[in-house]
Design a protein around this ligand. Structure first.
Ligand SMILES: *[C@@H]1O[C@H](CO)[C@@H](O)[C@H](O)[C@H]1NC(C)=O
Ligand SMILES: *[C@@H]1O[C@H](CO)[C@@H](O)[C@H](O)[C@H]1NC(C)=O
Ligand SMILES: *[C@@H]1O[C@H](CO)[C@@H](O)[C@H](O)[C@H]1NC(C)=O
Ligand SMILES: *[C@@H]1O[C@H](CO)[C@@H](O)[C@H](O)[C@H]1NC(C)=O
Ligand SMILES: *[C@@H]1O[C@H](CO)[C@@H](O)[C@H](O)[C@H]1NC(C)=O
Ligand SMILES: *[C@@H]1O[C@H](CO)[C@@H](O)[C@H](O)[C@H]1NC(C)=O
Length: 470
């Protein structure tokens, strides 16, 4: 009996189609099988906002297969190939959700931290929060996601450094957590999963943060405390802006010689509303793709901060927002060959050497001696954490969405996922929702959100002491 089900399971498992794990080559993400460059065409995914993370009741954004099926089907139509999930529990089974997103060619960008006590580095007082217990949970997140081929990368921190005090105190801790995560992955994962940092777009700290984290103390890319990638949450393109008005041109100049992939871990200013997403053709056009690897639109679900592409009701029915249609129309205009069909250049990059002169602001930390592994944590790195929740792909079974989903015009969609062939990632479908846009969009205001004020936009509304690293 046991043997029979084991065989059956094995047979089914072999029929699970899978995306190709991505690798980093120079400053690009690359599909190792095709050798093609991969650019992130993503959305932030945190239905319920921070409240969607309820480990006590077994809930996080990747815990309910029927909800993931609904959202994966919509995202497949939208054309995205990646989601970012901010708060996940290492104790919840994510197999079905991860397998559904895998089946439609959508990768997962995962933050290892979460908003509850002891689940992040405290940006006000980092030392007491950098403990074996903190790392224990963090490594357990790696265990939960390391075996999914569509796990794209882990963020060691989100917007932990965003002003003068945090620029002084936090950088060594971000390198320390990066080192520990990379050492854990090296020892306990069959493949190398990249680890990076997601920065606030605060001009005072952005470039020093990037240089502090990308530099090497070993002369090459083998330095375990060096990030594998760098991302920023950018809200400087508002409404019908331009490459120069939005300061995208300055970002490209600043990051032009990056030694790691750079992308927007959030973008999509929501004022004026509705959004027209004219940054999309620029982000994926010839001015920016030589330097950047795409980005993730903030955010999939409508929450109080008013950035949603989709309204989700408490009974799990959903309705598209006109922003969904606008984003889809922009994606559909992109040149897919240029996006996913171009061979990566074989760039071998030399990271800058860590030295105090690399840091430009006198108030920013320029000491590259980082904290040693906390007491008790080296054993966790050496022997692995004790967890029974190491995730694996499972057969997805049903592909038809059960929840009611309406277009912007109210028409109910007949919605299923389409499992895509091995080694492929999702691309814009070319479909149009065929909508008569509802006129419920709020009147446009002219308020602009500048990058420097976007800190409150972070996914978690933690107290003043706890770092918003979720
Ligand atoms: C790590 O977590 C496991 C499982 O929750 C627990 O048994 C163990 O005591 C923890 N170890 C540390 C050092 O916190
Ligand atoms: C779900 O909730 C929405 C919003 O409250 C409501 O309009 C809809 O009728 C409900 N659907 C079902 C199937 O109960
Ligand atoms: C799309 O991109 C490819 C690769 O860069 C290029 O060869 C092709 O001409 C582009 N197509 C259009 C319609 O611009
Ligand atoms: C890139 O160059 C390195 C060093 O020359 C070589 O070992 C590697 O095979 C090349 N990779 C590809 C994809 O061409
Ligand atoms: C990038 O350019 C800056 C300014 O020209 C320079 O200081 C830095 O060393 C360069 N970094 C790399 C990795 O070449
Ligand atoms: C750099 O930091 C280490 C660890 O905190 C400290 O021991 C050392 O004195 C610092 N070096 C300088 C030059 O401040």
């Amino acid at each position: 009996m046991f043997l029979y089900s084991a065989i059956l399971l094995a047979l089914q498992a072999t029929t699970t189609l899978a995306v190709q794990p991505l690798i980093i080559q120079g400053a690009d993400f690359v599909n190792a099988k095709t050798g093609n460059r991969y650019q992130i065409l993503g959305v932030a995914y945190q239905p319920g906002g921070e409240g969607g993370y309820k480990p006590q009741t077994g809930e996080d954004p990747l815990s309910d297969g029927s909800v993931c099926l609904r959202d994966a089907a919509l995202m497949q139509k939208l054309g995205v190939n990646a989601i970012r999930v901010y708060n996940v529990s290492p104790d919840i089974n994510h197999d079905l959700c991860a397998s559904i997103f895998n089946a439609v060619g959508i990768y997962m960008v995962l933050d290892v931290n979460a908003p509850l006590s002891g689940e992040s580095i405290d940006r006000g007082d980092p030392r007491p929060s950098y403990t074996a217990s903190y790392l224990n949970r963090t490594f357990a997140v790696v265990e939960a996601f390391k075996n999914y081929p569509n796990t794209l990368l882990f963020f060691a921190g989100n917007e932990v450094i965003n002003d003068v005090p945090t620029g002084r105190n936090i950088p060594p801790y971000m390198r320390a957590v990066t080192r520990d995560l990379k050492n854990y992955i090296k020892k306990h994962s069959t493949r190398s999963i990249p680890v990076g940092y997601s920065a606030a777009d605060v001009r005072d700290t952005l470039l020093d943060t990037w240089n502090y984290l990308q530099c090497t103390t070993t002369g090459d890319t083998s330095d375990m405390s060096r990030v594998d990638l760098f991302a920023l949450n950018s809200y400087s393109w508002c409404g019908d802006s331009t490459y120069t008005t939005s300061s995208y041109d300055k970002l490209i100049a600043d990051f032009s010689n990056t030694s790691v992939p750079v992308f927007f871990s959030e973008y999509g200013c929501n004022k004026p509303s509705p959004r027209i997403f004219t940054e999309v053709p620029v982000l994926y056009g010839p001015l920016m793709t030589p330097v950047m690897s795409g980005g993730l639109v903030y955010e999939y679900s409508q929450e109080p901060s008013d950035y949603g592409l989709v309204n989700i009701n408490s009974n799990n029915s959903a309705q598209l927002n006109s922003d969904f249609d606008s984003l889809q129309a922009q994606y559909n205009k992109l040149n897919i060959t240029a996006l996913q069909g171009v061979k990566a250049e074989n760039a071998t990059v030399t990271p800058p050497t860590c030295r105090s002169s690399l840091i430009t602001k006198s108030t920013f930390n320029n000491n590259f001696t980082i904290p040693s592994v906390p007491t008790g944590a080296q054993a966790l790195i050496d022997n692995g954490v004790s967890t029974s929740n190491t995730g694996n792909l499972v057969p997805i079974g049903n592909t038809k969405v059960t929840h009611v989903v309406q277009q912007t015009n109210g028409q109910v969609l007949d919605l299923s996922i389409t499992v895509i062939p091995d080694d492929e990632s999702n691309i814009p479908s070319g479909q149009t929702p065929g909508t008569a846009t509802t006129s419920s969009a709020p009147a446009a205001t002219t308020t602009k959100k500048s990058g420097a004020t976007n800190i409150k936009m972070t996914s978690c509304a933690c107290g003043p002491v706890l770092a918003c690293v979720g």
